[in-house]
Write a new protein. Structure first.
Lengths: 403, 254
């Protein structure tokens, strides 16, 4: 591999400032929506005492999970010593930090009392998975920051491997923690299973890499720098493995539930007669987010088609949001089993499928997490040198010939 | 020379001893009698003693006595805690009447469901900031000054016993200060309990002559609730979760 020179975005074109403006506008709209929700109370949202986590949580969890996965490329380079990934490690770590920041802003602004952030930072209940996650998020920023420092400052270059390894281990713990937020809920049929943690880890690999590929292709196209097929094909194949792994974990999760007589009603709800949840599961999660991308990734005739790869990544992101939607909202919509063996009814909506229609402020707040992420990335790409001058095939691997 | 024995001192000592014994014995007997509780008597807290784990306050609900169409407990709770009593999906309900129909027998019954005041409460385990806590005497509470409104406790509660305050509140009761953006639930009428009274729902149930609810100290083997539980048993809802709830039910299938 030739010596890699890094560069920053010129960022002088009107298009750059238009992009910054649009992302800034989406971010501002999200913050305005959060202010509206906090000012009026959550009664202006679609959330209820039955569906307590709504659309902002879908986006927040998706982004936090994806953050861990976006670090994949850097981890493969420094932990598993795959040289081909090394030039992209800086961008990978930057995207990881930006995704986590975007997710956390949404999560924070959806709290009933976001003004009490200081309470969350100073009062820890060490039996709470949420409290563990607060530590894990802070640690993730720290490790990724240190990792970036060791990559970008030659004075501390010798520590890169250690920093990369720490960040790698930490991000696995982080996503284990995110999955365990659900996995440790003892009373709900949708959750309370140890598979949640590894499933979230593998979901992070897939979502994070899909977002990384999109950002990489968009950045190199916009800045008219060369991005060769060697890198793209490698990432594409890796993405295929991750998508297949997500499908596998999803299959095992549902199979385990079906085998358990207690949870068959829940599985029937998600897989067969849950209305919107069944539709989103099969169409969004499985078909759009899994089977079609898998088919397209391994179709030899279009393997070098960047547009198709862009669509594949888009579908995986849409599928990921669908998957988190089914887990978060579908899991709450299914009635909580308080009295096994009884049909129940009450004024508090016991025993019935709970309905949830997101309100506009929720959608604006949730989607602003994506804008915040991209705003950080676009801004930082101009400020510091994250991108290799070229990712052309001969730069990455002079001996490589694309067949 | 033979000296005559003065028996008067001995007599005095003997009579004093007898009088003393009678006095102490009768005092002890009277004390025991005063402390003895009838089966249906409800034990309450002595307001002059500090909260401690000597007590564990709990409820026993006899579903056989619970009126299917009666909502006295719910109404009393709403009045006591200043709740609006609305039943929309975003409205707070500390206690609700649940109608159950046995899937295998078709038998129908009704019961009030509220926070079960678990010993190993999932809401307490998951709360990131320790806003959810169990008081030394077993009452589960939310510190609304600490609650950040993350709703994780609502996800974790196996009884769906918690509500989130979705909008600004007015004309609150001083006995139950609430807050927008925080989570709340049945607090077993903690201010009443601290004043030596029984929870409003239990009082209303008795006043309505159903007497389906009993309040008392689960740690005191002689309290009405403990004696009744020992005699006729009781069931904890979702006992499989081993949360050791403070609320017990009679008349539910095992």
């Amino acid at each position: 591999m030739s010596k890699i020179e890094y560069t920053s975005l010129q960022g002088k074109s009107p298009a750059y400032f238009v992009l910054l403006g649009v992302l800034g506008l989406f971010t501002f709209t999200g913050i305005l929506a959060a202010w509206y929700m906090e000012h009026n109370g959550h009664h202006v949202t679609g959330m209820t005492n039955q569906i307590v986590w709504g659309t902002p949580h879908i986006f927040a969890i998706f982004l936090i999970v994806a953050a861990s996965g976006a670090l994949n490329v850097a981890s493969i380079a420094s932990v598993f010593s795959k040289k081909i990934y090394e030039p992209m490690a800086r961008l990978s770590a930057l995207l990881a930090i930006a995704l986590l920041a975007g997710g956390l802003v949404v999560l924070l602004l959806d709290l009933g009392r976001p003004d009490r952030l200081i309470v969350a930072m100073t009062h820890y209940n060490f039996t709470s998975v949420f409290a563990w996650n607060i530590i894990l998020y802070s640690g993730f920023f720290t490790f990724c920051g240190l990792y970036l420092w060791t990559m970008m400052d030659h004075n501390v270059h010798q520590y890169k491997k250690y920093a990369g390894f720490s960040a790698f281990v930490w991000r696995l713990i982080l996503t284990t923690g995110t999955g365990s937020i659900f996995g440790f809920l003892v009373a709900r049929s949708a959750y309370e299973t140890a598979i949640m943690a590894p499933m979230f880890v593998i979901m992070s690999f897939s979502y994070g890499l899909a977002i990384f590929i999109l950002v990489l292709m968009a950045t190199y196209k916009a800045s008219q720098m060369e991005l060769g097929d060697v890198v793209i094909l490698r990432l594409r194949n890796l993405l295929g493995v991750f998508v297949a792994a997500v499908l596998y974990f999803t299959f095992v999760y549902h199979l385990t539930n079906i085998y358990d007589a207690d949870r068959r009603d829940f599985e029937r709800f998600i897989l067969l007669d849950g209305g919107i949840y069944t539709t989103v599961f099969w169409i969004g999660d499985i078909i759009i987010g899994g089977l079609i991308p898998l088919l397209l990734i391994y179709l030899p005739s279009i393997k070098k088609n960047r547009t198709v790869l862009g669509w594949i990544c888009g579908m995986i992101i849409l599928g990921g949001l669908s998957q988190v939607y089914v887990i978060v909202i579908g899991g709450q919509a299914f009635p909580l089993e308080i009295f096994p063996g009884y049909d129940v009814s009450s004024s508090f909506y016991d025993g019935i499928v709970n309905s949830y229609t997101p309100s506009l402020p929720e959608i604006l707040l949730g989607s602003s997490g994506i804008a915040i992420t991209l705003l950080i990335v676009v801004f930082m790409l101009k400020v510091l040198r994250f991108m290799p001058n070229s990712l052309a095939d001969n730069v990455i691997d002079p001996h490589y010939s694309v067949k | 020379m033979k000296q005559s024995v003065d028996n008067s001192r001995r007599d005095f000592l003997a009579k004093t001893a007898i009088a003393g014994t009678i006095t102490i014995a009768s005092g002890v007997l009277l004390h025991q009698t005063a402390n003895a509780k009838s089966l249906n008597e409800t034990s309450t807290r002595n307001p002059h003693t500090p909260v401690s784990n000597i007590n564990r306050w709990g409820l026993l609900i006899d579903t056989n006595k619970c009126g299917k169409s009666c909502s006295a407990c719910v109404d009393a709770c709403n009045t006591e805690n200043g709740l609006a009593g609305r039943t929309g999906p975003q409205d707070t309900q500390y206690i609700r009447k649940v109608t159950l129909r046995d899937k295998s027998t078709g038998h129908e019954l009704s019961l009030p469901l509220m926070c079960q005041h678990c010993e190993s409460a999932p809401c307490v385990d998951v709360c990131p900031v320790n806003a959810s806590f169990i008081r030394a005497d077993g009452i589960a509470l939310v510190d609304r000054h600490l609650c950040i409104g993350c709703r994780y406790c609502m996800m974790a509660c196996p009884y769906k016993a918690r509500s989130f305050v979705h909008e600004e509140l007015h004309n609150q009761k001083t006995s139950d200060p609430r807050g927008i953006g925080t989570v709340e639930a049945c607090n077993m009428c903690v201010t009443r309990v601290d004043a030596g009274k029984i929870p409003a729902c239990v009082e209303a149930c008795s006043a309505d002559n159903h007497k389906a609810m009993m309040f008392g100290d689960l740690n005191d083997p002689e309290s009405g609730i403990s004696v009744e539980l020992k005699k006729h048993g009781g069931k904890q809802i979702r006992a499989d979760l081993a949360l050791n709830t403070g609320v017990h039910y009679q008349g539910l299938n095992e």
